[in-house]
Design a protein around this ligand. Sequence first.
Ligand code: 26Q
Length: 817
Amino acid sequence: SNGIVSGKLGLSKDEIKDSFLEKTFYGLGRIPALATQNDFYTAMAFAIRDRVLRQFVRSTQQFNEKDARGVAYLSAEYLPGPHLGNNLLSLEIIKETREALAEVNLDLDEILDQEVEPGLGNGGLGRLASCYMDAMATLGIPSIAYGIRYEFGIFKQEIRDGWQEESTDKWLHYGNPWEIVRPEIAYEVHFGGKTESGIDEKGNYSVAWNADTVIKGVAYDTPILGYKSNGIIMRLWKAEAIESFDFSIYNSGDYYKAVEKKMRSENLTKVLYPNDENLQGKELRLKQQYFFVCCSLKDTIRLHLLQGRKLDQLHDKFTIQLNDTHPSIAVAELMRLLVDEHKMEWEKAWHVTRHTFAYTNHTLLPEALEKWSIDLFGRLLPRHLEIIYEINSRFLNELRELQYSANKIARMSLIEESGEPSIRMAHLATVGSFKVNGVSALHSRLLKEQVLNDFAELWPDKFTNVTNGISHRRFLVVSNPALSDLISEKIGRDWLTDLYKLKGLEAFAEDEDFQKKWMDIKLENKKALSKHIEEYAGVKIDPTMMFDVQVKRIHEYKRQHLKVLHILSLYRRIKKGEGERISPTAFIFAGKAAPGYFMAKRIIKLISSVADLVNKDPDVNGKLKVVFIPNFNVKLAQRIYPASDLSEQISMAGKEASGTGNMKFALNGALTVGTLDGANVEIRDEVGKENFFLFGLTTEEVQQTRQDGYRPSEYYEQNKELQGILDMLISGELSNGDTELFKPIFENLLQQDPYLLLKDYQSYIDCQEEIHEAWRKPKEWARMSILNVANMGKFSSDRSIQDYVEKIWNLQPIKAD
Ligand code: 26Q
């Protein structure tokens, strides 16, 4: 009716079936008899995409008509997971689609399983950005999510002989039905060269940046639909060579040289850097960051001007949210665009800039705080270096006027002068933003007290907290349909858009019939996961065992090796014939290690070795099973959370900024064993301390331990059980007689133990005893499980986005009609 909607895009079973067959014939040129499952998936994806786009175009129109204030979300990483299932939910056509496929003898679950997910992120941060897209779309927040279209995402992990092996993630191999290339939306990005200052045609002082390389960024759009409502775009930039650039080379006849230049340009967005929480200052990484920031800001400005607005009002119409410091070069780039390209005065441009950006910090780990060497930075982005110097000199002058000591001024400077001079990106982001937030209550407090303490004292109102949240639609409705249906049977379906409604389940926590249905669904989910495990890890698991699960990136601070110490303690008890109080348990691990992270890779090998020992020992008699499931990603995660009984959240207090896996487990009825770290603290507050297994030191006790001079070897000497377990690592028992293999882990724990495993060991073991006792009372366990789910309302990403709207973005949602 508005000239956009045309064609038969109905949502009935028959209309979906017609479109599906049409896409199979005319979209793929296949007759069904010769089509593969993947062809069928692609055809269905195209059929659904048409419907997604119709819904989506309507909401963009409304955003434009209302001239609404909006958000540009800048993130170097996204992990959206498979799109098809979520889009079916958002359009509320899961049932119709299942029936349409059944009529042609196809199974929806098998078709869904074909989708290869975009692995455009490392872990928590990228997945958070995607949960926020889901919530922004659903709540009607005028927004656009910018990022990088990596050709190869996070590597594919295989386990060979117990070791992690990496191979390239060719996620685009079968094509990507969800993206739409926009060749007309493209920007030039400059690198290198020199700056020259002088007087321009109008007689004003100005700076010219004569770059030596130009690359083009082309927009690829993926629509992200919200539940029963609006959509937003995820706009990812791909690097290409600019067409005209090498005419001189073409004309000189050196065809190969011209093509080589093109290839080099495209390298920029080839591959995602697979390290999280640890950076090596690699030139290509900085290029990626600037590349996507430059394109995204130019695009934001284009959209702003398209609405007939003035540039000095940019901050009235947009907040640009920085997902960690990865896009923080945006502070300097916006200044450059305003001052150099749009000829705005410095003071005015600075006012606009520092009222436009808001910065989310995701880490306190010193090794994860981004720093770029001045030398590298100046070679790649000479104009930005000048701008950062100018921002810094004005900022430091302000501090001098406040009579700050030289020491304090040096601490706060955007430039670190000691050692290799470098730029502190967190300081740049903080100075250039009107709000800075952490991602859990504890993390936001520590951010103010530690890493950004000087800034928090100078600008107390700038700092705030937004506790992370997750898409309950993806991580419960789509991935655990049986539990979702049971919940809806009892409390209706309002919880799909208001997760606090889950509170209604409390009334059924003691209902034995409900408890039975609840645990039966868990058992079915465990059977399904067992099948996957048998196929992909070659281990048979009895689904009635307790599923004790730790899935997340492999990191020393997350302490997967503490879990290993616990498993070994149980193994030794069984070997000594003292295992009768141990409940049969399957220990399930998954997660990737950064390819260059020596200790993390060794921890994977350790887990595999313990699995070999335990799974094969006849004395264990199937009472314990240990398995490492390869290639953890969103798709696998969606199978694991619904099948988990116990969620391991055992990082050293003060290190995990929030965690979001913790929320996904609890939402699916797993009980948590955890430290007082990140969002665990808030989860425990919500579900009640009697429904949460707490152990370990607090952040304050960790600090105290350090101050007092921690000597891990004392724990080794005094705790004979612990000593026996640690000695196993170097006995060769786990490694075919090789006493060297796990010595690095042994020595690290005895000599430094930076994450206090030995100190927290006994508390963890005692807590696990309690857990095993609780598992032996199934009704009690079921009740606690139900109460966990009933109290997860706070952890929906809808609530998080609502917090961003109120505390930071200050805008009005626009719901589609
Ligand atoms: C930076 C520079 C160069 C190369 C890589 C990086 C890099 C990449 C990814 C640095 C950090 C990351 C990812 C960090 C991350 O995922 N942090 C997690 O964020 C979650 C969402 O807020 C939290 O829940 C987790 O606690 C936090 O660890």
